[in-house]
Design a protein around this ligand. Sequence first.
Ligand code: CA
Length: 364
Amino acid sequence: MKAFLYTTTVLLIAAYMQRSRDNEPSDTPATGGIATLCKPPLCKLPSRTAFLRTTAPIESAKPSGTDGMVFIRGGQFQMGSVAFADAKPIHAVAVDNFWMDTHEVTNAQFKAFVKATGYITIAERPLNPADYPGVSPDKLVPGSAVFSPPVRPVSLTNPLQWWVYVASANWRHPQGPGSSIVGKDNEPVVQVCYDDAVAYANWAGKRLPTEAEWEFAARGGRTNTTYYWGNDLKPKGKWVANLFQGSFPSANSAEDGFRTTAPVQTYPANTYGLYDMEGNVWEWCSDRYRPDYYQQSPVHNPKGPADSYDPDEPGTIKHVQRGGSFLCSDQYCVRYRAGSRGKGEPGSASNNLGFRCVRSAQLY
Ligand SMILES: [Ca+2]
């Protein structure tokens, strides 16, 4: 009996000591096997409750810097339109993955940029007489183009009948000194030139979209439709974009609710989650403009021609603008339609011109 008790006691002590050794952290690297790797307490997965009780930040699934953007999975699409001479031919284009702002850059966002950097937009800067040979010095005042509708119908041949250069018109005062953006934080910033848009994009760690990226995103996977949203101008009798209704330019009925800019995200998003890809404000793209570019553009990630040419203003460099604005209608400026292209001088702005940004996905 004594021998039995002695043997049992020795075995229990040995087992206890072995267990104690098993629980001690070892300096010796594990040699393999689940039992070796998961020796308690080295292998614990905190519970959700434990996570949420800590003050550690919750990591986002989205890469940093992409708040307010949607991921656009790249692919191939048919770019262009047979309805517009400068958008022919329809041709296959492939773009890589990228992130895109869900909406146009707002007054609040641009205000944050200006506050952080002290940036002064081109419309606010003094004009250099050397840039405007032959122009009387008294006309060289900071300002910008403002849509000023005539009181009665006019011929649609001369846009200077409804566009006026207004002194001191700029992004803070889109229609001139008597206007302001107070209470309009959520409306798209306007009166921004190409360089202003690029400066904002650089500050935000983003860039302007290429024309191909813009159209790929606007189509949202749809092909061969009249409008980016489909073939009906008013699906189910409703306006789905901020355009112009009435008799252009004198009588804006604002049937869609807005005579000028609408707050971003007022109208439905497209299938990619992007708002106002047509109407509201024109959007700058990074490409230079040439009407014949589609005849020779590369298939993969086209970035625009090396030079610019606009037969309407030979000798003036133009960049592409896309999407149309609150001034577009089927009566005048149908360039809100799918595949159509716009253009503008990089140093010119207006109260229907803004932008949105993208980020290349491969940066992440
Ligand atoms: Ca409207």
